[in-house]
Design a protein around this ligand. Sequence first.
Ligand code: NAD
Length: 242
Amino acid sequence: MIVTGVASGLGSALAREFATEGAHVFGCDVSDEAGAAAMDGIGVYRHADVSKEAEVEALIDDTVRRCGRLDVMVNNAAIQVEQELADTTEEQLDRVLAVNLKGPFFGSKHAIRVMRGAGGGAIVNVASVLALAGDPMLAAYGAAKGGVLALTKSAAVKYGREKIRCNAVCPGDMQTPIVEAYFAAAQDPAALRAQAEAEYPLGRIAQPREVARAVLFLASDDACFVTGEALVVDGGLLAECY
Ligand code: NAD
């Protein structure tokens, strides 16, 4: 199986959780030192920039060459550019769409190419609650994540009959470096964290492992009749209307 963006946060947790379950894990990233460290002892690291189709294609072909097949593809890598819509530059939009939407698109396209000839497989795309609700400062990011959900459903309806399932997870905030940096940049980091956690009906933000377990479920045979689904893993955030 392949996880993209393993050098940090959820990607590292995904690689660990899948390895713990006995999977042969191939991880990619553009941050090679951290990526190789994250995969040390649990699987194989390979450089691949998910915004470049040729690199994703090579990653998937290399995995099949070494493993014989590809059962599971997790499109996790993403970037975040904090900018309101009116001030978002074309360059910022292009970069966010390239990594966050083209990345899962290429990952799905080439995973499907190898899975359909091998009896099927499961694709899980990491979207976000921001595919379903707006954030005033993450316009490009939200647009890309909304596209990831549409991509997920297109793949699910087209390839279900070839035993390829495609689902997405929509996490709320997780305790990952991106969120830690956001808190740290505030005047009062502890107050901002407390305020963010108070917004969650479960009273806290997620550990990456908690979201990784939901991805594991969608990738597993326990979810054999689940496809085209966007599983919200947000501690109840979107269930609350005020
Ligand atoms: P992160 O920034 O900690 O990790 C993302 C990883 O992707 C990094 O290792 C980075 O080097 C890698 N990456 C970036 N561009 C890449 C590229 N072009 N090719 C390959 N790898 C690349 O982020 P995270 O918080 O672990 O987020 C993981 C996923 O979860 C993302 O899809 C993100 O949008 C989603 N998500 C995160 C949160 C959160 O609170 N952290 C909330 C909702 C959704």
